[in-house]
Design a binder for this molecule. Structure first.
Ligand SMILES: Nc1ncnc2c1ncn2[C@@H]1O[C@H](COP(=O)(O)OP(=O)(O)OP(=O)(O)O)[C@@H](O)[C@H]1O
Ligand SMILES: [Mg+2]
Length: 458
C-alpha cells in the first residue's frame, strides 16, 4: 500500500497550523481531508474511510480526547472501521499525551514538530491500525468458525477435521465420516451442511441401521401409491425431501446389499426412481455418510459393495477418539457443565483438580457422548465422589469385558436370563438400541428380533 491509498483526517482549529500539516502530508502523497472541530470531524468519519486521525489536543470547547473517546466507543466501532489515532500536544504537556495513550491513541507528537517526526508517527499509527484489523479478522473468523462448527476442541487432530470441513463445505463432494461411537460424526456432518451453500435447505439424517429392510427403498427413494401393500398414498422418500440440501446416511454400513445398489445408482446418476414408478427424478442432494465400522473389512467380507465404498470414500474425515485428544477434555467439560446446567436450570457445579485427573486418566470408550452423559449426571447430582468412583469401576472392568458368569447348579430359565440381559443393555445405553446391540456384540437385527420375541420392543 503506498501513501496515495491512505486517507488522513487532520483535526486542528487553528487555520494556519491546519494548512501547514495538510500541505506536509500532501507533499508525501497522502490523501488528506481536514476538520476544524470535533463535530465536523465526526461527520467526516461517518462519510469517509479514514485510516489515520491526526488531532490537536485543544479544539475549542472540546478536546482531542473527546474525539478519541468517540472513536474508541464500542458502539461507534461497530459502525466504522479501525482508525489509527495520533494526538498533538502542546510542548510541556506530557500528561495529556499519557492520558491519550491510556485511552487508546496510537501515538502522540509534541508541538512544534519536524516534518520527519510527523511522517514517522503517521506510519506508526498506520501499522497499529493494520495490526488491529488483522486481529479483528482473525478473531471474527475464529468465532465464526466455532459457531459454524459447534464442535468443541482445539487439539491438532481436531484442527485437521475443521480444516477438512472448511475445505470441502463449498463443494458437492460425497463425504465419509469415520470414527468410533460418540466422537461427533453427526455433529461434524451438521457442521458441514451448515457451512455449505445448502445451509438453508434441509439436512435429513437417516439411521440406516434402524430402517426395516422391506421398507428401506420406499423410505429412501419414495413410493407411488399402490406400489406395495399398505402404500395408500404416494410417499416422498428422504432423498426427495432433501432436494437442494444434504442427506446424512448414519451407520451406512448397515444398509442391505439391495439398498446399496440403489444408493450407488443415485451417487452415479444423481437421480432416483420412486418404487412403482418408471419416471426418473433428478435430484440435487449432497450425501454425507458415516460409520463406526471398518468398511474395508466389510467389503472384504462381502457385506459392503466395493464400488459403493469407493464412491463414498472420496473424501474421508476421521473423527478422533477422545482418548487421543486429552487436551480437549477440560474445554469439553466446561462446555457440557454449562450446557447441562442451563438445560436443567441448575447452578454450575465445580470440578476439583482430582476429578479432572480422573477424567483425564479414563479411557472414554463412549467418547464425547459418554463425557456429556457423565457430566449431565454430575450436574444433576453434584456428587463428585460418585463421578470419580463410576469412572474407576468402569476402568477396572476395561481390561476384561466378558463379565464373570457363574453357571447355576440348579436348572434356570434361559428365557428370563436373556430378557434380563436385553433389558440391562437397553438401560445401560439410555434406550439406544444400536448401542445396546453393540454392547451385547450382536447385530442390530438380531437384537431387534430378540426384543420382539420377548415383546420388549415398545
Ligand atoms: N467436539 C464436540 N464438541 C461438542 N459436543 C460434541 C463433540 N463431539 C460430540 N459431541 C456431542 O456428543 C454427542 C455425540 O455426538 P454425535 O452424535 O455426533 O456422535 P456420533 O459419532 O454420531 O456417535 P454414534 O456413532 O454413536 O452415532 C452429541 O450430543 C454431540 O453434540
Ligand atoms: Mg451418530
Amino acid at each position: 500500500m503506498d501513501n496515495t491509498d491512505t486517507l488522513i483526517l487532520v483535526v486542528e482549529d487553528e487555520q494556519e497550523q491546519r494548512e501547514i500539516i495538510v500541505s506536509l502530508l500532501l507533499a508525501s502523497s497522502y490523501q488528506v481531508i481536514s476538520a476544524n472541530c470535533v463535530e465536523q470531524a465526526i461527520v467526516m468519519l461517518k462519510e469517509h474511510p479514514i485510516d489515520v486521525i491526526f488531532s490537536d489536543w485543544k479544539l475549542g470547547k472540546l478536546s482531542g480526547i473527546d474525539l478519541l473517546n468517540y472513536v474508541k466507543n464500542p458502539n461507534t466501532k461497530k459502525l466504522t472501521h479501525q482508525h489509527g489515532f495520533i494526538i498533538a500536544t502542546a510542548h510541556g504537556t506530557i500528561s495529556h499525551a499519557v492520558e491519550a495513550l491510556k485511552k487508546g491513541a496510537d501515538d502522540y507528537i509534541a508541538k512544534p514538530f519536524q516534518r520527519q517526526e510527523l511522517l514517522l508517527t503517521i506510519n506508526k499509527a498506520l501499522n497499529a491500525k493494520k495490526l488491529r484489523e488483522q486481529n479483528q479478522n482473525l478473531s471474527s473468523q475464529l468465532s465464526e468458525q466455532n459457531k459454524m462448527v459447534g464442535l468443541v476442541g482445539k487439539a491438532p487432530c481436531m484442527q485437521k477435521v475443521y480444516q477438512r470441513i472448511d475445505r470441502v463445505s463449498a463443494t458437492d463432494a460425497t463425504i465419509l465420516i469415520l470414527g468410533e461411537t460418540g466422537t461427533g460424526k453427526e455433529l461434524a456432518a451438521r457442521a458441514l451442511h451448515q457451512s455449505s451453500d445448502r445451509s438453508k435447505a434441509p439436512f435429513i439424517a437417516i439411521n440406516c441401521g434402524a430402517i426395516a429392510e422391506s421398507l428401506a427403498e420406499a423410505e429412501l427413494f419414495g413410493a407411488e401409491k399402490g406400489a406395495f401393500t399398505g402404500a395408500n398414498a404416494t410417499k416422498i422418500g428422504k432423498f426427495e425431501a432433501a432436494h437442494g440440501g444434504t442427506v446424512f446416511l448414519d451407520e451406512v454400513g448397515e444398509l442391505t446389499l439391495t439398498t446399496q445398489v440403489k444408493l450407488l445408482r443415485f451417487l452415479q446418476e444423481g437421480s432416483i426412481t420412486r418404487l412403482g414408478s418408471n419416471q426418473e427424478l433428478s435430484l440435487n442432494v449432497r450425501v454425507i455418510a458415516a460409520t463406526h465400522r471398518k468398511l474395508e473389512q466389510e467389503v472384504k467380507q462381502g457385506r459392503f459393495r466395493e464400488d459403493l465404498f469407493y464412491r463414498l470414500n472420496i473424501v474421508p474425515i476421521n473423527m478422533p477418539a477422545l482418548r487421543e485428544r486429552n487436551e480437549d477434555i477440560a474445554p469439553l467439560c466446561e462446555h457440557f457443565l454449562s450446557l447441562h446446567s442451563k438445560r436443567h436450570n441448575i447452578n454450575v457445579p465445580k470440578l476439583s483438580t482430582s476429578a479432572y485427573r480422573s477424567l483425564l486418566e479414563y479411557h472414554w470408550p463412549g467418547n464425547v457422548r459418554e463425557l456429556s452423559n457423565r457430566l449431565e449426571r454430575f450436574v444433576l447430582l453434584d456428587d463428585e465422589q460418585e463421578l470419580i468412583s463410576a469412572l474407576h469401576v468402569q476402568d477396572s472392568q476395561h481390561s476384561d469385558n466378558t463379565p464373570e458368569f457363574n453357571f447355576p447348579e440348579e436348572s434356570f430359565s434361559w428365557d428370563s436370563f436373556e430378557q434380563q440381559c436385553l433389558a440391562s443393555a437397553l438401560t445401560k445405553n439410555q434406550g439406544n438400541r444400536t448401542k445396546a446391540a453393540k454392547h451385547l456384540q450382536m447385530s442390530y437385527k438380531a437384537f431387534l428380533y430378540r426384543l420382539e420375541k420377548y415383546q420388549l420392543n415398545k
